[in-house]
Design a protein around this ligand. Structure first.
Ligand SMILES: Nc1ncnc2c1ncn2[C@@H]1O[C@H](COP(=O)(O)OP(=O)(O)OP(=O)(O)O)[C@@H](O)[C@H]1O
Ligand SMILES: [Mg+2]
Length: 503
């Protein structure tokens, strides 16, 4: 065995993140690590990578008992982790990021470093240039740099924590190719994902964590998807959600001739009370830009946005919020969540009016609201005073959703709302949307996952290169949606400079 974890335990203050983590990874396999939000996956991997110290249990590396006091020691032993929130230096080049902080005088000259990096990139067949600044790369490009760094360090185990959750289709395929290539060359790979549809393409073996303990481990072929879900959640779940459409009411969101060069071109769109409109398209088609324009983050060049019959000239999100618009963003770390504030503050921050009386905050009410949403969305947390940044990824996303539910908005923009959220929780998020719509809200949901759009949307609007390329009824086939979404010249793009993420 390359890596063996036996009965690993880890507590953070009073919270038990891991009760009994067990895992055995061989060289030359892709080992999936699955589990619900908050099950302890990231914690276990951070222990392996030397970022956290376990409270109990044993780590064996190539048969020997080891203890990594810090990430440098784990890296030295041959363990590398590709982080979801990139730890690269954006203003340095690809080559500098690969060789940064090496000791032993290995790389002295810029020229030598560039040549070495070029060779490495060529060996991996990555669409990168050694002298590009990392800030210009898409998320997939950044992952490739981290992979190069791991390979150049001679790592024999590579850990990916939800690598594809912010990638486009073509980037995801590229990451799969790379992962398989590393495996075929004898590296061990640990791979965390919530995307059930990608498991079979990539995995060889699977280990499932539930509430901090390993509950299953087997070759992937021996476990069907229902069985996997059962192990993850510990009960039967109905992964199928069904929407109860209501007759649409008044138009609540009306967009007329909206332009913002180059990503929004003559957009016309109406969402009525009670409707859930799904918005499909490739990453970079302009969907996020549209949400930002409606929410007053980016000012449009021309056009009119009306909310509930009144034109809104939102130059700032504050004005959009006042007009009754909520934006649940895809990037919770950057725009959705105040990680250093308690959960309760995050839930109520967009609507302080409702918890204050005569200018003072009613903390009891704040607590009550937090508990209400905790129950509704099943947020796994210690208590309202816990810092939001300490929650697991998926539970952070649920807090962001709660924050906007608490504002009582009329128009909800959900931009990739289920990113990083586990199977059971996805259904809960959809149920919340359904309930909002039935209570008269207008919902626009951007999603890159077609099955999700098919399931949830009453109507599907597709964007391509900044324009609305067509509209389809809810439940339209994936082929029809893709047909409207795909660039005519898709083959011309490189994953490293994918779809508009390059400035
Ligand atoms: N630094 C920390 N301080 C306090 N609690 C923490 C810390 N890191 C994790 N936790 C808690 O430990 C538990 C496990 O979290 P972890 O991030 O490992 O879950 P996960 O399986 O990776 O979930 P997700 O799928 O949502 O990313 C959670 O309850 C989380 O709140
Ligand atoms: Mg995690």
């Amino acid at each position: 065995m390359l890596l063996e974890l036996k009965d690993i335990q880890k507590k953070f203050g009073g919270v038990t993140a891991l009760r009994s983590g067990n895992l055995s990874v061989k060289a030359g396999e892709v080992h999936l690590l699955m589990g619900e939000n908050g099950a302890g996956k990231s914690t276990m991997m951070k222990i392996v990578a030397g970022m956290y110290q376990p409270d109990g249990g044993e780590i064996r590396w190539n048969g020997h008992r080891v203890q990594f006091a810090n990430p440098a020691q784990a890296a030295e032993a041959g363990i590398a982790m590709v982080h979801q929130e990139s730890l690269l230096f954006p203003h340095l080049t690809v080559a500098e990021n690969i060789y940064l902080g090496r000791t032993g005088g290995m790389v002295v000259h810029r020229r030598q470093m560039l040549d070495k990096a070029r060779k490495l990139i060529e060996d991996q067949r990555f669409p990168l240039q050694a002298d590009w600044p990392v800030s210009k790369l898409s998320p997939a490009g950044k992952q490739m740099v981290e992979i190069c760094r791991a390979v150049s360090l001679g790592s024999s185990l590579l850990i990916f924590d939800e690598p594809t959750s912010s990638l486009s289709e073509s980037e995801t395929r590229e990451v799969f190719r790379i992962v398989k290539n590393l495996r075929d060359r004898g590296m061990g790979v640990i791979y965390i994902t919530h995307r059930l549809e990608e498991l079979r393409t990539i995995g060889d073996h699977v280990t499932v964590l539930r509430d901090g303990a390993t509950v299953h481990s087997s070759p992937l072929a021996e476990l069907d998807t229902q069985g996997l879900i059962r192990h993850m959640v510990g009960r039967e779940v109905n992964a199928l959600y069904s929407r109860t459409p209501v007759p649409p009411g008044e138009p609540l969101l009306v967009i007329e001739n909206l332009n913002r060069n180059p990503l929004l071109q003559n957009i016309n769109l109406t969402v009525r009370a009670g409707e859930i409109v799904g918005m499909a398209g490739l990453v970079g088609a302009g969907r996020t830009e549209l949400c930002r324009a409606i929410f007053g983050v980016d000012e449009p060049d021309s056009g009119v946005i009306s909310v509930d019959g009144k034109p809104v000239k939102a130059k700032h999100p504050r004005e959009a919020v006042q007009a009754g618009v909520a934006l649940i963003t895809e990037d919770r770390q950057k725009t959705g969540l105040a990680t250093l504030l308690p959960i309760a503050c995050n839930v109520t921050m967009a609507n302080l009016d409702c918890i204050s009386s005569y200018g003072a905050l009613d903390l009891q009410r704040e607590k009550a609201m937090t508990s209400e949403y905790q129950a509704k969305l099943r947020i796994k947390m210690n208590g309202p005073a816990q810092l939001a940044g300490r929650l697991s990824g998926g539970n952070q996303q649920k807090v962001v959703i709660s924050k906007w539910l608490a504002t009582g908005a009329k128009v909800f923009l959900f931009d990739e709302p289920t990113r990083g959220i586990d199977v059971g929780a996805k259904v809960e998020v959809f149920q919340v949307m359904d309930e909002l719509a039935r209570n008269g809200a207008a919902i626009l949901m951007v999603s890159s996952e077609l099955p999700e759009i098919q399931q949830v949307a009453d109507r599907i609007v597709v964007m391509r290169q900044g324009k609305i390329s067509g509209e389809l009824p809810g439940g339209a086939s994936q082929e029809d949606i893709m047909h409207l979404a795909v660039f005519e010249t898709e083959s011309g793009r490189l994953p490293g400079e994918d779809e508009g993420t390059v400035q």
